[in-house]
Design a binder for this molecule. Sequence first.
Ligand code: HEC
Length: 182
Amino acid sequence: MKRSRLILLTGSVAATALVAAIAAPTATARVRTQEEKPFVSASSPIAAGEYLMILGSCHDCHTAGWTEKKGNVPKADQLAGNPVGYYGPWGTVYGKNLRQIADRQSEDHWVEVMRTADGGDGKLPMPWHNAAKFSEKDMRAMYQYTKSLGPNPVRLPRGTKPGVKPTVGQYFDLTVKDSTNK
Ligand code: HEC
């Protein structure tokens, strides 16, 4: 009696394994849609966007003084761009005034730029390669938070072409130096 039960059990385990083996390829071949990517859940898209802009380090480059003041920058001054430039092989770029961008550009355009700039004319040090991986829901939440702050027409210095250093204001030099080449 004992023996036959064991056989029965082994048989059902084998059957389960066979079903799993048949089912597995279909499961892995399934296309992941945007909706299946992780996203931040909060009381509203604006609240999610506020959280994401901090966790995504967006303020570090797009809010003047954010790092120096350890994030204690009033909302009135947030995300209006950073006048400290980033000089590198791409020339000089500035963490853009995202409030003006959100004011002038549509949410769909924002999503499009986030997704495509890495393969286009998006320049470093903006982490375009990471930004493209946000779920669409999170990209839209970040736009909505930025837009909710309203326009703030702070002007930044003009960027420079490759090989040309800035002649105004402050900038980080992000060119790679070789310590052995003194
Ligand atoms: C290390 C600095 C840095 C960080 C971090 C950073 N940015 Fe940027 N960002 C920049 C710079 C510099 C530019 C301008 C790049 C260029 O001209 O291609 C830029 C450009 C952009 C633009 C393009 C605006 C346009 O349409 O021209 C958007 C949108 C943007 N950033 C959003 C974000 C968001 C959202 C985050 C956080 C997830 C973020 N950035 C984090 C430095 C940064």
